[in-house]
Design a binder for this molecule. Structure first.
Ligand code: KIV
Ligand code: ZN
Length: 549
């Protein structure tokens, strides 16, 4: 049987690489590890954990994932009982490949993913290489990667706009040099499904030795076609699909993991294809990625949006009451989106909270549970019914925060119709000292942010601020995300490799009081920015210029 037949489609998740490199999605190392653990629990076949040559921080974050998730920590929690492969991205340069290997080698199944562009536009304007140079470099670099690691993936960047005949030659060279996976990226999201499907069929039918390799697809969403293009690729022989949770990724993002997985599951009879994923973990993964990146999921997003299983129109509700299948093609439970109301209140014990968190897939240490329980009690004082979503928001707020450079001690505001809002904020600074400032503003959030700015004095600009209720009702927990942009020189992106501009950072916070949630979110974003500035300052000059792809 060739690698293009068979019904199993491998899921290669790039949330931590392509996803994390999208504007504002920067995650701290501890957050990356937590996301990797959830991806393992979900059952993805490969986790692309990062781009180790980009910086020493990236390398150590990938290594930590390889040592933990890649060695099967909590492997009983993966659907197959086996740890996922851990993959590191590398440009087709010796140095990058060696750094990727250094980072991933502790994993039980390490994979090096190396890439080089093949479209004429990239060859001419970006790489300044001839086609023959590209063939030679691919042969050498794939062979170098294969001399270090058994499992090598090669991607011809911008394959969607490359000459197919040249692409076949490049791919044949990569197979000959030892590549076991050929990933075909539509890097700029330019193709349409029929065209992309034809490209994959052409590769399947024309590349010498292709039977020895798995064809993979990696589609960007610039025209909103990433999922449709990926599906067309799978229907034409691809047996690996590269995806990101919530579809995050460069520009308009990557193919959304949840969409591909639920298409293959929901339309199994028609498509005859399957994945190894436990789809009931999808909602949890989506919420975690949203919390860690500070990127909200749009309410009407397929599968994981807040409205994905809500029915408003009377005629729909009537139909559903008669038979759920009238308007529901998937059950919310199948993606773990069911809302169980916890009949827990302020008299409930730690054990009950622990049991519910464990049912939701959170295995917390005693210390983490202690913190979550404290917050649960405080919430139960203010809110009568606590849903799973509330509980998850509390846990995310507690656990998935960046390293605290500045910590919130208290915030107090006065506002209303009679004058300017005022806020007093007390923070602990990096030396452990309390700092208090008061400020006036257009509203309570503006005043509180000004007081924070007066203490932190970061070179930054607020880009986005959004508030969402976690559940319905006047006592709902408010969830805030903010995005800030660094304005200092240390956070300028490399114009040649990163497109220039300034790095952005997201933060989230949850509380029944939205001013408190806002200050927590703002501080989380500023803490990420300060940590990034610190990392850049402590880096060697050559490493500071290191690139994301
Ligand atoms: O979009 C792209 O071409 C990529 C490659 C590195 C696979 O992300
Ligand atoms: Zn990409």
């Amino acid at each position: 049987m060739s690698a293009q037949s068979g019904s199993y489609v491998r899921i290669f998740d790039t949330t931590l690489r392509d996803g994390e490199q999208s504007p504002g999605a920067t995650m701290a190392s501890a957050e990356k590890l937590e996301v990797a653990r959830v991806l393992a629990r979900l059952g993805v076949d490969v986790i692309e954990a990062g781009f180790p040559a980009a910086s020493p921080d990236d390398l150590s974050a990938v290594r930590r994932i390889a040592e933990d998730v890649g060695q099967g920590a909590g492997e009983d929690a993966t659907p197959s009982g086996k740890p996922p492969s851990i993959c590191g991205l590398a440009r087709a340069h010796k140095g990058d490949i060696e750094k990727a290997w250094e980072a991933i080698k502790p994993a039980a199944s390490p994979r090096i993913h190396t890439f080089l562009a093949t479209s004429d536009i990239h060859l001419e304007h970006k790489l300044r290489l001839s086609r023959e140079d590209v063939i030679a470099r691919v042969g050498d670099m794939v062979a170098h990667a294969a001399s270090l690691c058994d499992d090598v993936e090669f991607s011809p960047e911008d394959a969607g706009r490359s000459d197919p005949e040249f692409l076949y030659r490049v791919l044949a060279t990569a197979i000959e040099a030892g590549a076991r996976t050929l990933n075909i990226p539509d890097t700029v999201g330019y193709t349409v499904p029929e065209e992309f499907g034809r490209l994959i069929a052409g590769i399947r039918d024309n590349v010498p030795g292709v039977d020895k390799a798995v064809i993979s697809v990696h589609c960007h969403n610039d025209l909103g076609l990433a999922t449709a293009n990926s599906l067309a690729g799978i229907q034409n022989g691809a047996r690996q699909v590269e995806v990101a949770v919530n579809g995050i990724g460069e520009r308009a993002g990557n193919t959304a993991l949840e969409e591909i997985v639920m298409i293959l599951a929901t339309r199994r009879a028609a498509l005859g294809l399957e994945t190894g994923l436990d789809s009931t973990q999808i909602t949890r993964a989506s919420r975690l990625v949203s919390s860690c990146t500070g990127m909200f999921v749009q309410p009407n997003k397929a599968v994981v949006g807040a409205n994905a299983f809500s029915h408003e129109a009377g005629i729909h509700q009537d139909g559903l009451l008669k038979n759920q299948e009238t308007y529901e093609i998937m059950r919310p439970e199948s993606v773990g989106a069911h809302q169980t109301r916890l009949v827990l209140g302020k008299h409930s014990g730690r054990h009950a909270v622990k049991a519910r968190l464990s049912a939701l897939g959170y295995d917390l240490s005693e210390e983490e549970l202690g913190q979550a329980f404290e917050r649960f009690k405080k919430l139960a004082d203010k809110k009568k019914t606590i849903t799973d979503a509330d509980l998850e928001a509390l846990v995310a707020d507690e656990l998935y925060q960046p390293r605290e450079v500045y910590a919130l001690e208290s915030v107090q505001v006065a506002c209303g119709t009679l004058g300017m809002a005022t806020a007093t904020v007390k923070l602990t600074d990096p030396n452990g000292e309390s700092q208090t400032r008061a400020a006036v503003g257009e509203g309570p959030v503006d005043a509180a942010f000004k007081a924070v700015d007066d203490i932190v004095r970061a070179d930054s600009r607020l880009l986005e601020f959004a508030v969402q209720a976690v559940t319905e009702g006047i006592d709902a927990l408010g969830q805030v995300t903010v995005r800030v942009q660094g304005t200092g020189a240390a956070l300028t992106l490399n114009p040649q490799h990163e497109g220039g501009g300034q790095r952005t950072f997201g933060g989230h916070g949850a509380d029944v009081d939205i001013v408190v949630a806002s200050v927590k979110a703002y501080l989380a974003a500023l803490n990420r920015l300060l940590a990034a500035e610190d990392a850049v300052r402590h880096r060697q000059p050559t490493e500071a210029a290191a690139v994301r792809h």
